[in-house]
Structure formats: C-alpha cells, structure tokens
Design a binder for this molecule. Structure first.
Ligand SMILES: C=C(O[C@H]1C=CC=C(C(=O)O)[C@@H]1O)C(=O)O
Length: 352
C-alpha cells in the first residue's frame, strides 16, 4: 500500500510518497533493525522510517519512501469539530488507582493517558497538519507516518529517544512537567518550581536510569549530567542530555530504539508491571501513541523520537493523545491539567 509521509527534524526534512509494510514486533529487536536496514538500501533519499506501537508485542510499521510527495490540500479548507474525549473523571480515578497500587506493590511510576476526538468537515490531510505542527514547533521532531488501516500518526515530539551517528549516541529523555504561562514572570516561576521539585526530579530520574541501564552494556563511555529544562510551546519539562560512545559502530539505531522502548517516560517502572497497571487504568488502546517513530539509513545511523504530542488521523477523524507520569506525590487534578497542556500542542494545529 502507498501513502504520503513527512519527517522534519534538525537533520532531515522529507515529504514523500511511501510504501507501507508490517514489520516485526519490537520484542525481536535484532530482526526489527535488520528489516529496517535492508529496506533503507531501496529507499528514496536512502532513509527508511518506522513506527513502533506502545505495546512491544504488537507489530511495527515500516515506511519506505519511494518518490516525491503527492498533491495535497491546504488545511485552511478544513473545519474541525469537537468529537468528545475520554472521561476526565475516569482519568482522576485512574490516578487514584495507580497511587493505591504503588502503596501495595513494587511499581514506582506509571504513565496514564487520555484522548480527545475531533471530526473534520472533509477527509483530513495528515501532511497539512504536520506542516502546521512544523511551523508552530521549530525544534520538535515532526512526523506524519502512515501506520495501518488508512491511519497516519501525526505529531510534534519534543523527546529524542535515541540518535546515532557512527559510534556517537544521544538521547534526551523528558519527564517532570509544568504548564507554561503567557506571563513571563509566572512562566519563569513555574520553570524554577519544576527544577526544584523533588517529585518531578524523582519522576525524571526513573527515565534516565532506565535509558542508562539499557545503553551501558553497549558503550565505552556514557554520560548523564544533571537534568536541565526544555520548553515547548505549552510545557516546561525536565530533560537530561545523555551522550555515549558505542563500542560497536555497526550496532543499528533501530536495535537501540527497540531495546529502549518503552521508557518510563511513556510506560513506567518496572516496565512489565507498569504495562499491566496501565491496562487496568486505561480503557482504550494506545496503538502507536506512546510508541516510537524514527528512521535509519543503510549504515544503521538515524534518529528516533518518542511518539508523544501526537494523534491518529484517518478519513475525517482525529484522536489526539496525552499522558502524564504518575508517582507517589502526584495529584489527580494536577495530572489532568498537565495532560490538557500537552494536548494543546496537537490541538493548536487543527484549530481554525
Ligand atoms: C507522556 C507524555 O509526555 C512524557 C514526556 C514528557 C513529560 C512527561 C511527564 O512529565 O509526565 C511524560 O513522561 C505525553 O506528552 O503524552
């Protein structure tokens, strides 16, 4: 099947028509990386793209660019309407359920998500939405990748899962958040409070530790300094710039992405127990939200982002998603408000 795709980051900007195929589950990280690298040899501009779903046992999608992008419609011709959302009360109850589970078991963090639905007066153009997201979020990893059943996953992620060039590796995990304010003094005060927050630093540390644990066996050098701040259009996040040198330059970026995914930025700690808790607390399938999206070239170099600040786009429908990390000390109303702030990145691109 062919469909249009877009990727925009600081290093690559590609709109193309692409062939879409089902890849192996991320559980099989070696096979997954091999399928990507083999496909890259045939790709238009030498890069193959892929999306991993949130669930490691569900199939990935491999997106092979084959030529220039097809014609598309301007987003200005479309009108978007509210189509409902997952219940805010259910979200608050979910946070409470997780907090009770933390007290009784060994899970220390789990990420709870919710969604907003929209409908459009005519079929939505995923690349037009990606174009808006790219303009509004110049530093983000912007993607519109066909995933399955005529759906595109479209978003502007601020979070680098892994980038690899030769032996050099970078990851920039985000976790721990505060909503931005249009008033600059309030905005600064929120950023300072986030930096000082013990709860947010703990929530962040789970992610950094998990990434370093996965990468360390493959690295000759690994450095994870103290967290800093990363600002998006709507949020402040704690972020850590992890850098490393691989022992083996041939280790493909797709394999590292599949090993790392899902980090506690979208799942939890410990991973398997957090998966179970999320299934109990969320009543919808995340699909490719809270997965990973990225590309590889034929040498196994490339970059992957965590698929957040995104939505599914199909026909005249959109489902936008956002989650928040829950740890001891989280409050249901504050976490719900945090997800509203995160949703606004995607929703701003489809507001008319
Ligand atoms: C799960 C999301 O964000 C993650 C990334 C940054 C900060 C997060 C947080 O503070 O909870 C989340 O871990 C999302 O945007 O849907």
């Amino acid at each position: 099947m062919t469909a249009a795709m877009r990727w925009r980051s600081a290093s690559v900007d590609l709109s193309a028509s692409a062939l879409l195929s089902e890849g192996p589950a991320a559980l099989d990280h070696t096979r997954f990386a091999q399928s990507m690298q083999a496909a890259a040899a045939d790709a238009h501009r030498g890069r193959v793209f892929a999306a991993l779903p949130f669930r490691r046992d569900q199939a990935s999608t491999i997106v092979l660019p084959i030529g220039p992008e097809p014609e598309r419609r301007a987003i200005e011709e479309s009108e978007f309407r509210d189509g409902g959302q997952s219940s805010p009360d259910d979200y608050r109850d979910g946070v409470r359920l997780l907090l009770e589970a933390f007290a009784d078991g060994d899970v220390e963090k789990a990420v709870l998500a919710r969604y907003r639905d929209l409908s459009c007066t005519e079929p939505c153009d995923p690349l037009a939405i990606a174009g808006r997201l790219a303009a509004d979020n110049p530093a983000a990893y912007v993607f519109a990748l066909p995933v399955a059943d005529g759906r595109h996953l479209v978003g502007a992620s601020p979070e680098l899962l892994i980038a690899k060039s030769g032996t050099s590796v970078r990851s920039h995990p985000l976790a721990g958040s505060a909503r931005r304010s249009p008033d600059s003094a309030t905005d600064r005060a929120r950023a300072d409070a986030l930096t000082a927050s013990e709860k947010d630093r703990r929530e962040h540390a789970y992610v950094v530790d998990a990434i370093c644990d996965v990468l360390a066996p493959y690295c000759a050098r690994l450095s994870a300094p103290e967290p800093g701040l990363l600002g998006t259009d709507s949020m402040w996040h704690l972020g850590t710039e992890i850098t490393a040198e691989l022992r083996d330059p041939e280790l493909p970026v797709g394999e590292l992405a599949a090993l790392l995914h899902p980090t506690p930025a979208v799942c939890g700690t410990p991973r398997m127990a957090a998966y179970d808790l999320i299934s109990e607390a969320e009543s919808f399938d995340r699909g490719f939200f809270a997965g990973a999206v990225g590309w590889s070239d034929a040498h196994g170099d490339g970059e992957w982002a965590v698929s957040i600040r995104c939505g599914d786009v199909w026909s005249d429908r959109i489902r936008a998603y956002a989650g928040a990390g829950i740890v001891v000390g989280s409050e249901p109303d504050a976490e719900l408000a945090e997800t509203s702030g995160k949703l606004s990145t995607f929703l701003a691109a489809v507001s008319t």
